[in-house]
Design a protein around this ligand. Structure first.
Ligand SMILES: Cc1cc2nc3c(=O)[nH]c(=O)nc-3n(C[C@H](O)[C@H](O)[C@H](O)COP(=O)(O)OP(=O)(O)OC[C@H]3O[C@@H](n4cnc5c(N)ncnc54)[C@H](O)[C@@H]3O)c2cc1C
Length: 392
């Protein structure tokens, strides 16, 4: 059951998205950039600190409110919502779960105000689905650590003020592959000397989002940059990805919802053979399919929001781990986004294929949500393993 307070947060985010985001989406997409002012405005309204406790300057929203706000921002522009999903989700989540009090005081207020945007740097050129194979190095020095390596596809990577970055500090593992045991997590101010943006991707969708390669060359940080214990990095990353995947599910639901609304309106307005498109059975089947997928994805996401809040899956939930439940929500919402946007393009016909109409961009963006924050194939593997492991 969604509360009035949660609906108010969603309405506020929708209003902001309708007034401040949607009118500019086409221009931002073409320019492949989000303007700094949008982050300033989001910060002023508290959207930069949605999950940060009030003691550190955040709004301390419950998880359902947070996800409803992200959905509304994703409805406005998925690129904006992705930037905020990473900023509000895995990074502060990891700091709150594993940071010292000094680290919380150092970083959370600046994240909450939007003064620093956060980025999550796990993937590498040779380590995507399998982060246990990452090769960036963290070498112990007298006063801290030296970091070297390459991080690929870092969202917010250039604009960010704070990087949560994962590097190999120890054990090489066994059986011919590096393994996850020796990975540690580090909090790096983006301005630390030696961190360079060595490439900016030209992506199919999320064009305005910054997807960059970061090169670390002799980057020196103090001992206070280590988040959690040495060698705990992979566990921290995988834990942080629970809220991260719920966030991507929410923004993907925003894409599905936007596609659904555009398709309904167009199918009602456009006439062929003397009838609105919405009068034809083939189109009705598509519209009903959109209703079904949006409703299913939303119901699952709201269930998972409650489970994350409670810290455990609900009594009837399957599979039985929160990790698998978040994966399931991400699969359902991203596939709803892909299906709905594809069918919306089809309903718009030739106009749908044109850049002048909004639905082709939704389709380009939707594809990304099936790949990042864990590809849907890898998440299905995770879900199946948990289901088999938890079977009676
Ligand atoms: C727009 C965008 C933004 C991103 N932002 C970030 C970010 O901010 N931070 C970050 O760390 N990373 C980010 N990524 C990286 C993203 O998380 C990876 O692309 C993703 O995890 C997949 O890794 P990969 O691309 O190396 O594909 P691979 O791991 O090489 O996989 C290729 C294909 O094989 C499949 N596959 C792999 N292993 C298996 C298996 N065991 N069983 C079945 N199928 C398998 C995959 O599903 C995929 O279809 C971003 C990616 C994109 C596209």
């Amino acid at each position: 059951m969604v509360t009035d307070e949660q609906l108010e947060i969603r309405a506020l985010a929708r209003e902001f998205a309708a007034g401040e985001i949607r009118p500019h989406v086409e221009a931002w997409d073409a320019a492949r950039e989000l303007p700094g002012e949008i982050f300033e405005k989001l910060g002023e309204l508290g959207f930069a600190g949605m999950r940060i406790p009030e003691a550190y300057g955040g709004l301390d929203l419950d998880i359902a409110s947070y996800l409803l706000a992200l959905e509304a921002l994703g409805w406005g522009d998925p690129a904006v919502a992705l930037a905020l999903a990473i900023h509000n989700g895995p990074v502060p989540g990891a700091i709150l779960a594993h940071g010292s009090e000094a680290q919380k005081e150092r970083w959370l207020p600046e994240l909450a105000s939007g003064e620093r945007l956060a980025a999550f740097a796990l993937s590498e050129p040779e380590a995507g689905s399998d982060p246990g194979g990452l090769e960036a190095r963290a070498t112990k020095t007298a006063g801290g650590w030296q970091l070297d390596g390459t991080k690929r596809w870092v969202t917010n990577g250039d604009r960010a003020g704070l990087l949560l970055l994962f590097a190999r500090s120890g054990s090489e593992g066994g059986e011919g592959r590096p393994g996850g045991e020796g990975i540690s997590a580090f909090l790096l101010p983006r301005e630390t000397p030696g961190i360079e943006v060595s490439g900016r991707e030209r992506t199919l969708g999320f064009s305005a989002s910054e997807t960059v390669t970061l090169t670390l060359d002799g980057v020196e940080v103090g001992d206070d940059a280590l988040l959690g214990g040495e060698g705990e990095g992979l566990r921290i990353a995988l834990g942080a990805l629970e809220i991260g995947r719920a966030g991507v599910a929410a923004l993907a639901l925003g894409i599905a919802e936007a596609a659904r609304e555009h398709a309904l309106r167009y199918a009602d307005e456009r006439e062929q053979f003397g009838s609105p498109l919405s009068g034809f059975g083939a189109i009705q089947e598509k519209l009903a399919g959109m209703e079904l997928r949006v409703a299913q994805a939303r119901a699952l996401l709201l269930d998972v929001a409650g489970e994350l809040e409670a810290g455990s899956p609900g009594p009837l939930a399957t599979p039985r781990s929160l990790r698998a439940r978040c994966a399931l929500a991400k699969i359902a919402a991203s596939e709803a986004a892909m299906w709905c946007s594809d069918e919306a393009v089809q309903i718009f016909g030739g106009y749908g294929y044109m850049r002048d109409y909004p639905v082709e961009k939704l389709m380009r963006d939707a594809k990304g949500t099936e790949i990042f924050e864990g590809s849907n194939e890898v998440l299905r593997m995770l879900v199946a393993r948990d289901a088999v492991g938890g079977a009676d």
